[in-house]
Design a protein around this ligand. Structure first.
Ligand code: G3P
Ligand code: CA
Length: 225
């Protein structure tokens, strides 16, 4: 059962920071999960919200700020907001990277960056899985490069996620863990998809989800898995 560190080791370090990803690697996570938006000048920025207000000392929408402007702000007064290439270079194939597409335009940029690391840096496509609640972004990824592994995120409906996963030959379905039970987990797996529920943090929930034999768990606390 794979342990996937949600926004990095979010239980221990500031979410989506290089420190959080480093900590996840030290905690022997099999994968890290992170979120991406585009800056105004087209760089892939690793941040959950569409604004920098909650997680940094700045204010404003990510897609209205340039990379240089974004780098001036600090997470918890000390850390910079990372770019996706900075995270790739830190991870350096020590674990896989689950990239969640949040912002408009991220599908094209992420597909291009993955292709670059596969062709120029000898990374494997299995070092990545791209997920999103915006299924049109996943369709776009699949149209651009069908070798990129895809995880279909859902917080509402497993049946529709299965239908869409078949359409784009996804690798996995990433459901809100509250939607899951043993029966629908088996149902998803029998269709050929892995199951990676999120965000499972409480020990009792982790124990319950483990009895479903899911393929992996996305958690702020991978050490509890
Ligand atoms: O990838 C699963 C999970 O990260 C989705 O929710 O809001 O934490 O991005 P959120
Ligand atoms: Ca996420």
């Amino acid at each position: 059962m794979l342990k996937i560190a949600h926004r990095g080791a979010r239980g221990y370090e500031p979410e989506n920071s290089l420190r959080a990803f480093q900590k996840a690697i030290e905690m022997k996570a099999d994968g890290i999960e992170l979120d991406v938006h585009l800056s105004s000048d087209g760089h892939l920025i690793v941040i959950h919200d569409e604004t920098i207000d909650r997680t940094t000392n700045g204010k404003g929408f990510v897609n209205t700020l340039s990379l240089q402007q974004l780098k001036e702000f600090r997470i918890e007064n000390k850390l910079q907001i990372p770019t996706l290439p900075e995270v790739f270079d830190l991870v350096n194939q020590q674990c896989f990277i689950n990239i969640e597409l949040k912002g408009q335009g991220t599908a094209d940029a992420v597909a291009a960056l993955i292709e670059l690391y596969v062709t120029e840096n000898n990374w494997n496509y299995d070092s990545f899985i791209v997920s999103s609640f915006e299924w049109d972004f996943l369709q776009r990824i699949n149209n651009l490069n069908s070798e990129i592994p895809i995880g279909v995120l859902t917080e509402t409906d497993i049946a529709s996620a299965i239908t869409f996963a078949k359409q784009i030959k996804a690798k996995a379905i990433h459901p809100d863990f509250n939607l899951l039970n043993k029966e629908n987990t088996i149902q998803i797996q029998e269709k050929g998809f892995q199951v990676f529920p999120w965000t499972v943090n409480e020990t009792a929930d982790i124990a319950r989800v483990k009895t479903y034999n899911v393929n992996g768990i996305i958690s702020d606390f991978t050490d509890r898995i």
